[in-house]
Design a binder for this molecule. Structure first.
Ligand code: PAF
Length: 298
């Protein structure tokens, strides 16, 4: 059987032209922005865009402005050939993989900043990260002019930042948040999982196991923020190398609740931790998402 075909664009103007041509044919344009090193989670995003749109563009760009000086920009995995094959298989019509200078021309001096949502959770330990995300996503929207763009809910805070950005800049794009895709043992799929040894992978399962315990406690009626955070931390602390945060937060504004507070019917529970060389994140919306199914024995 022949592989589905997928055109690769490296120049911004050639992506713009392809999207214009698709619109001229009456097709809805769907966009799936990624940084590459794609996995089944990304394939699900592309399939979702394909379900909604006649023309799907996936982007593969390791965006330098969203990495801090001591982060993994240089060693972030770059696997373009495999990424293109995965995108084609999942229904993308093209992949946009520009060089850095094309997205950040010499003398570039513009950043997009969404305030309020970006100073907490990941924004607290990764200053400037969400400015980089908001800037590159705005540029991709400007090039592709998508009707729909699909993002994973693993990056829940990022999704909320992009939703805010689209509302504030009056961009005519529908933002779709796709549920987290997990590995068979329950670990949330991430391009950074490939940094983990088997032993580190096993330890990383404490993130989803902690979330799972908290969902069960919430379902039994536990609403005390301090108690729910304690449940998650007690799972993670013995397993991970360091915890960045375990927070209960407002599910729309992502503002953290204090330990003395009591939750209402719905709240974001988000975690970030370092395991070996990888910084991992995961989350559930209590009152909405099921408990992650975790298989800890490997
Ligand atoms: O989620 C990601 O992979 C990136 O943050 C994104 C949205 C592609 C922007 O570089």
């Amino acid at each position: 059987m022949s592989q589905p075909s997928c055109v690769v664009h490296h120049e911004p103007e050639s992506l713009r032209q392809a999207c214009n041509d698709a619109r001229a044919k009456g097709l809805r344009v769907g966009l799936v922005p990624t940084m590459g090193a794609l996995h089944a989670g990304h394939a699900a995003l592309v399939s979702e865009a394909h379900r909604r749109c006649g023309f799907v563009a996936a982007t593969v760009f390791v965006n330098p402005t969203q990495f801090g000086p001591n982060e993994d920009f240089a060693k972030y995995p770059r696997t373009l050939d495999r990424d293109v094959a995965l995108c084609a298989e999942a229904g993308a019509c093209c992949v946009f993989a520009p060089p850095v200078e094309a997205m950040y021309p010499p003398g570039e001096a513009t950043r997009v900043r969404v305030s309020g949502l970006t100073e907490v959770l990941c924004g607290a330990s990764r200053p400037g990260h969400f400015d980089g995300v908001a800037t590159i996503v705005t540029k991709l929207f400007a090039l592709a002019g998508p009707c729909t763009a699909v993002f994973g809910r693993k990056d829940y805070q990022q999704l909320k930042v992009i939703e805010r950005l689209v509302r504030d800049l009056l961009l005519p794009v529908e933002i779709v948040g796709h549920p987290i895709v997990r590995e068979p043992d329950g670990l949330a799929r991430s391009s950074r999982n490939r940094y983990l040894s088997d032993a580190e992978h096993a330890r990383a399962l404490s993130l989803s196991a902690g979330l799972s315990d908290a969902v069960h406690a919430f379902e039994r009626g536990e609403r005390r923020v301090g108690v729910l955070r304690g449940i998650v931390r007690s799972r993670m602390e013995p397993a991970v190398d360091s915890i960045d945060y375990v927070e209960l937060a407002h599910a729309d504004t992502v503002q953290p609740h204090g330990d003395e507070e009591t939750l209402g019917a719905r709240a974001l529970l988000a975690v970030a931790a370092k395991v070996g060389p990888a910084r991992l994140i995961d989350n559930v919306v209590l009152g909405e998402d099921p408990a992650p199914k975790v298989e800890e024995a490997r």
